[in-house]
Design a protein around this ligand. Structure first.
Ligand code: ASP
Length: 567
């Protein structure tokens, strides 16, 4: 029986049998108290030392006991804990399995290095918070499946040994033994396969899919992660978005007991960048960025003059708070780490302006700055796309969420089709996304907009989707504009363009990051805390020591060999 079933035992003095782990041991003269823990709860055991039982217990021994289930003496009742009014007077004890000395205590407030926690993940998962995290993850899967059934969306799986599906990362490769010198890739997402289902005539698809992306270890990314992946035939962005809203609303209510209002608001990418400095704005923070370029149109401050004349902007945030030098320096250091030249600031106090540039302001600039009222005006100057990330950081540092909503969702739409990454054009979503207007795309791809939409929750990108290209000619053009040669297009995507060529419905889809969703709902510091067996930030698994080197003889079977192994 489980410990939580004891709540059904109203009668005092019943004999019960339980198994579980020794959670803690307290010696009190003639009595020893042991907290017994199982998956469902814990209860105090009482051992009378003068009795027959030879008590050689240590924490995390797995034991089985029989004893009398009793109400505690009224003066000893602990109402704060589950079953705190009861205890078991043990008459029989069997140690089923002993435990070695633990690398860390099984308690919620541990202060243990994450590598150690991951090395002993099976012990870490015994902690209450981790149990809640993994159960919430499990409930999320369960709710997803039930709303999918309700919406008549088909669960269909796709292969994981494939050619390649680009999502902007590098592939994890798997060498083939039977075809030497050839490699499979693990899917960055099931993207092309789910589109093939639409070409095959399925009206819709979903999958709780593992995706693999070999990215530089950026904060809170995992090389493998789990997505709810969806696709709908004869669909456009608004059909997909309304389905996603239904799904999210259901999962929040069913798995997290939380009411979410729909439809979610939406904002264009350009407006998001202008108002929040990011395409993942935390909408619980109400303050927005201001463009103060106009104030400095006739400035004598040289670097601002240069920025404005070269088409840049000056964007600012105003807080009523008079920030201390320490606060200002700390923001300055943080944005410099991201690449900023430094934080510009003015303090306004008793109608006086102070700050490094205060003395060289002209009268008009002074008047305009004073209009913001007492407090601190923080600014960045430059090309909007470059300075936006610094402004986003400043906004999230000086302002705290002030809306009552615990969960604030927003759709971001009208993304540029391409992002310019160091001179290389990268699709802002993936190369299967349909341009909003094919003709504009053909003539001016750099300024074209994509039918791509993201869903953001509390400043976290929860998911992305798009309407897909359904014409082979457009698909080819997109791949060309992306910079692929004809040979590369034929080799990597020829089969897919061929598949698009036999009558392809208009289709669109979406994917939601389940790890991110659960981490956000549980307010956990990292997605690693909601993944049962995650990798470290550098992609390692301290539990099994993966990835590991392979014997040379085995490599030979794959026609592979190490070069410069010792370097
Ligand atoms: N394949 C996309 C992703 O993994 C999602 C989608 O476009 O449906 O982000």
């Amino acid at each position: 029986m489980n410990i939580n079933e004891l709540t059904n035992y109203k009668n005092d003095d019943q004999v019960v049998g339980l198994t579980g782990w020794v959670d803690s041991i307290r010696d009190h003269g003639g009595l020893t108290f042991v907290d017994l823990r199982d998956f469902t709860g814990s209860i105090q055991l009482v051992f009378d030392k003068s009795g027959e039982i030879d008590l050689k217990l240590k924490n995390e021994f797995y034991i089985s006991i029989n004893g009398l289930f009793k109400k505690r003496d009224k003066s000893l009742v602990n109402n704060k804990v589950f079953l705190g009014d009861s205890e078991i007077e043990v008459s029989e004890l069997e140690v089923i399995s002993i435990s070695k000395t633990l690398p860390f205590q099984i308690s919620n407030d541990i202060d243990t290095d994450e590598n150690i926690r991951l090395k002993y993940r099976y012990l870490d998962l015994r902690r209450e918070q981790m149990k809640i995290n993994i159960l919430t993850r499990s409930n999320t899967f369960k709710s997803i499946r039930s709303i999918m059934n309700e919406l008549n969306i088909y669960e269909i799986d796709t292969p994981t040994l494939i050619k390649s599906t680009p999502e902007g990362a590098k592939d994890f490769l798997v060498p083939s033994r039977k075809s030497p010198s050839s490699f499979y890739a693990l899917p960055q997402s099931p993207q092309m396969y789910k589109q093939l289902f639409m070409m095959s005539g399925f009206p819709n698809y979903y999958q709780i899919a593992k995706c693999y992306r070999d990215e530089d270890s950026r904060k809170d990314r995992q090389p493998e992660f789990t997505q709810l992946d969806l696709e709908f035939s004869d669909a456009n962005p608004s059909i997909v978005k309304s389905n996603i809203e239904k799904i999210v609303q259901y999962v929040f209510s069913d798995a997290y007991d939380c009411k979410i209002n729909t439809p979610f608001k939406s904002i264009s990418y350009i407006d998001a960048m202008n108002l929040y400095g990011t395409d993942k704005p935390d909408m619980r923070i109400v303050e927005t960025l201001m463009d103060i370029s106009d104030i400095f149109l006739n400035t004598e401050i040289n670097f601002l003059k240069d920025i404005i004349s070269s088409g840049g902007v000056i964007k600012a945030l105003h807080t009523d708070e008079l920030l201390s030098r320490k606060q200002i320096d700390s923001i300055d250091t943080q944005i410099k780490e991201l690449g900023s030249n430094g934080l510009g600031w003015f303090k306004i106090e008793n109608k006086e302006i102070s700050g490094p540039l205060a003395k060289i302001l002209n009268d008009n600039e002074k008047n305009e700055i004073l209009k913001h009222g007492s407090g601190t005006l923080l600014f960045q100057a430059g090309e909007l796309i470059l300075i936006s990330q610094y402004l986003d950081l400043i906004r999230r540092t000086i302002f705290k969420p002030s809306s009552d909503e615990a969960y604030s969702f927003i759709w971001i739409e009208d993304f540029p089709f391409f992002e310019n990454e160091n001179g290389n054009l990268q699709p802002s979503h993936h190369p299967f996304t349909s341009p909003k207007d094919d003709e504009i795309f053909k003539n001016d791809p750099i300024n074209a907009t994509a039918l791509h939409y993201d869903l953001v929750l509390n400043g976290v990108e929860l998911g992305s989707g798009s309407q897909r290209i359904n014409k082979p000619s457009i698909q080819k053009i997109v791949l060309e504009k992306w910079g692929l040669s004809q040979d590369e297009i034929d080799d990597r995507f020829g089969w897919f363009i061929e598949a698009l060529s036999y009558g392809t419905p208009v289709h669109a889809g979406f994917a939601i990051g389940i790890d991110r969703l659960v981490a956000e709902v549980l307010n956990q510091p990292s997605i690693r805390d909601v993944i049962p067996f995650p990798k470290t930030q550098s992609g390692l698994d301290p539990l099994t020591n993966a990835p590991a080197s392979i014997d040379e003889e085995i490599l030979e079977e794959y026609n592979l060999k190490y070069i410069n192994r010792d370097e």
